[in-house]
Write a protein that binds this ligand. Structure first.
Ligand SMILES: [Zn+2]
Ligand SMILES: [Zn+2]
Ligand SMILES: [Zn+2]
Ligand SMILES: [Zn+2]
Length: 274
């Protein structure tokens, strides 16, 4: 993401662009941080000569990057007022997003923006990979070779040694309907020693694609059955927030014991199209 690219977009008006549109893009460029080229958004701080620098760069600087004068903590309320009327391009404009928004709506849009890069869908934060949707499966096959894949819309996700102590993740891939799904079982130990299991399915695909599927998780035992049905998450949003909100199949150790066989737990997974 470079400033020259962003300027290229604003100056590249193809004849038909309205003047009001190019005006707001020009205004937005006034808010460019001279260090990182991201936008300087409220609260806006300036140096004694009036130069701006963004709030994430400021703590790393000892003087103004433009005039080398002292930075201080001078707020620029007029610029803050102007900022609240300017339409800022989405930060993924360089990768194809054409949306401009008020700065108050920017962060929320960018979180869900379809042009935001995808992160590695493996649970836990150990893999820092990011890339496009098309690159996710090649990444998984290259860097996470140990994940097994089963074909078919109705499979058994077998989690072995569920009594292993501490936080453990089990991951498997399921291929059906020309799509790949990642099945995740996560075991979390709370401070009070209470252990919970979370099972969830995510689609290697966009949020829109995920909406055309449903999944069912089922634990089957002797005269007992526990079922969870939902729309798969997209890997674009990931499963961490769903697990935190218990928006998935949740059960504790005693339930796991009811359905486990020799410490191994089989979860029936069924994917369907809606
Ligand atoms: Zn900056
Ligand atoms: Zn300055
Ligand atoms: Zn966007
Ligand atoms: Zn990865």
């Amino acid at each position: 993401m470079s400033s020259s690219k962003r300027r290229g977009i604003s100056s590249g008006s193809s004849g038909g662009a309205s003047s009001s549109n190019s005006n707001t893009t020009d205004l937005a460029s006034l808010f460019e941080c001279p260090v990182c080229f991201d936008y300087v958004l409220p609260p806006i701080l300036q140096c004694q000569s009036g130069h701006l620098v963004c709030s994430s760069c400021k703590p790393k600087l000892t003087c103004c990057p433009t005039c080398r004068g002292p930075l201080g903590n001078i707020r620029n309320l007029a610029m803050e007022k102007v900022a609240s009327t300017v339409m800022f391009p989405c930060k993924y404009s360089t990768t194809g997003c054409g949306v401009s928004l008020l700065h108050t709506e920017k962060a929320e849009h960018e979180e869900g923006c379809e042009f935001r890069p995808y992160s590695c869908p493996c649970p836990g934060a150990s893999c820092k990979w990011q890339g496009s949707l098309e690159q996710v499966m090649p990444h998984l096959m290259m860097s996470h070779k140990s994940i097994t894949t089963l074909q078919g819309e109705d499979i058994v996700f077998l989690a072995t040694d569920i009594n292993l102590p501490g936080a453990v993740d089990w991951v498997m891939m399921q291929s059906c309907f020309n799509h790949h799904f990642m099945l995740v079982l996560e075991k979390q130990e709370k401070f009070d020693g209470h252990t919970q299991f979370f099972a969830i399915v995510q689609l290697i695909g966009s949020r829109k694609q995920a909406e055309s599927f449903a999944y069912r998780l089922e634990l089957n035992g002797q005269r007992r059955r526990l079922t969870w049905e939902a729309t798969p998450r997209s890997i674009h949003e990931g499963v961490a927030s769903a697990i935190m909100n218990s928006d998935c199949m949740v059960f504790d150790t005693s339930i796991a014991q009811l359905f486990a066989d020799n410490g191994n737990l089989g979860i029936n997974v069924t994917i369907s199209m809606v």
